[in-house]
Design a protein around this ligand. Structure first.
Ligand code: HEM
Length: 402
């Protein structure tokens, strides 16, 4: 089933991989980017991951020395902006070094100014979601929405992407980064994409590549440090596999079964994308879950409810990573069939290999090296935009080992 007109609200003049609704257009884009997101490509990102992880640890250590609270939600977001910025554009955005998310943005007439990355991205998705819900009258309300302060934040976001895309294009000695995959295919043939389409793809990647994984990691940190028994078991697994003060490698961490179970369980209980993704029933209608649905009707499966289905996940509202280690193969299969935090089918997340890769190394490292004290009774808030974005996560941090 194709994506519904819901996706038109946030789309610009050029479609990107995430908002292209036409089947052929989407397939062409997916083919162009498939290699970039393949598991064997993703593991080549490890040196950059480790470089940014060291910078993140430096920032956490400074907080410990200064005895200042750390907002894990924000520092993880800084980490992902820096990492994904470097992966995409080959240049540093420096959020962790500066301790803020202020980035250069550029207007089409060349004026450069600084804006906060996180707010620019999140605010515009609030208004885009509203427009999406009202997509049947989009031509009427879109002109009005442009006066909304949140929609103006969207211009700042576009200008951040425009500035960095221009900067990357002007680089006479570019890195072999993801951006290169938008210029040439894997055989070195020029793709000759229009500039607007390159911008649209960069915007989708900077958005999807930072926001969802920030949510996933923040949720996991919150859940682990508020479930001491789970944390203890995970630590025992990590400490046994990674002795001394080494940062876990992906090769080692990806074989830690309990770590993977902790990550899966966080994605289940606090999915980064939790609402029903709207799709149109195709010509002739379709039978869905035993009911005939006529063509043209918009259907969706709310991910949050799917992942809390008591008939599949016993005590579904409990954070219980052990459920993923069950020896009952039927039960495991049933859970895996329902566990769709990255969606499913041809429009499933293309970035899931990167998401697992990043989470595996970062969560293992934080758990190994740091204690994070979360205030008793603290509840991590969630704000539903396109994704389910976590609120602030203040913690007191201290080092476990040097
Ligand atoms: C834990 C982290 C992540 C989660 C939970 C997640 C979840 C999802 C979901 C549910 C979709 C389907 C959206 C829809 O149908 O509208 C999606 C699509 C997508 N994701 Fe992710 N994502 C994550 C990380 C990433 C990363 C790191 C990237 C890297 C660029 C990425 C890029 C994309 C793109 C480009 C699409 C559109 C794919 C297409 O339509 O062919 N995601 N993601």
């Amino acid at each position: 089933m194709l994506k519904a007109d819901w996706y038109d609200a946030a789309a610009g003049p050029h479609r990107n991989l995430a908002d292209a609704r036409d089947k052929a257009e989407h397939q062409g884009k997916r083919k162009m980017l498939a290699h970039t997101f393949a598991a064997q490509t993703v593991i080549t990102f490890e040196p950059l991951l480790r470089e940014n992880l060291s910078t993140l640890m430096g920032l956490l250590d400074r907080h410990e020395v200064a005895r200042t609270e750390v907002n894990m939600r924000r520092v993880l977001n800084y980490f992902l902006i820096d990492l994904f910025g470097q992966l995409l554009y080959g240049h540093k955005l420096g959020c962790l070094d500066r301790g803020n998310d202020l980035l250069d943005a550029e207007t089409k007439d060349g004026r450069i100014y600084r804006v906060p990355f996180i707010e620019s991205l999140l605010d515009v998705t609030v208004i885009n979601n509203l427009l999406a819900i009202l997509s049947n009258i989009l031509p009427l309300i879109r002109p009005l929405a442009k006066y909304h302060p949140y929609k103006k934040k969207g211009t700042d976001w576009e200008n951040i992407v425009y500035h960095n895309t221009k900067k990357r294009l002007a680089n006479p000695d570019p890195e072999d980064d993801l951006f290169q995959r938008l210029l040439q295919d894997s055989k070195g043939q020029d793709l000759n994409l229009p500039f607007g389409e390159i911008i649209a793809e960069c915007s989708a990647m900077m958005n999807a590549g930072t926001e969802t994984t920030t949510a996933a990691m923040t949720n996991t940190i919150f859940l682990l440090y508020t479930h001491p028994q789970v944390l203890q078991k995970l630590r025992a697994e990590i400490d046994a596999a990674v002795p001394g003060n080494e940062i876990p490698t992906y090769e080692v961490a990806s074989n830690l079964r309990y770590l993977r179970a902790c990550i899966e369980e966080s994605l289940r209980i606090r999915p980064a994308s939790s609402f029903g993704l709207p799709r149109i029933v195709p010509a002739g209608g379709r039978e869905v879950a035993g009911k005939f649905i006529p063509e043209g009707v918009i259907v969706s499966v709310p991910t949050y409810s799917l992942l809390r289905d008591e008939t599949v996940f016993k005590n579904a509202s409990q954070y219980n990573p052990d459920r993923w280690l069950t020896k009952d193969l039927e039960e495991k299969k049933r859970m895996m069939t329902n566990h769709l935090p990255f969606s499913t089918g041809p429009r499933a997340c293309i970035g899931r290999n990167i998401a697992y890769f990043e989470q595996t190394v970062v969560i293992a490292t934080i758990v190994k090296f740091y204690d994070c004290k979360v205030e008793k009774g603290f509840q991590l808030q969630t704000q539903e935009r396109f994704n389910s974005n976590p609120g602030d996560l203040p913690v007191e941090i201290s080092r476990r080992c040097d």
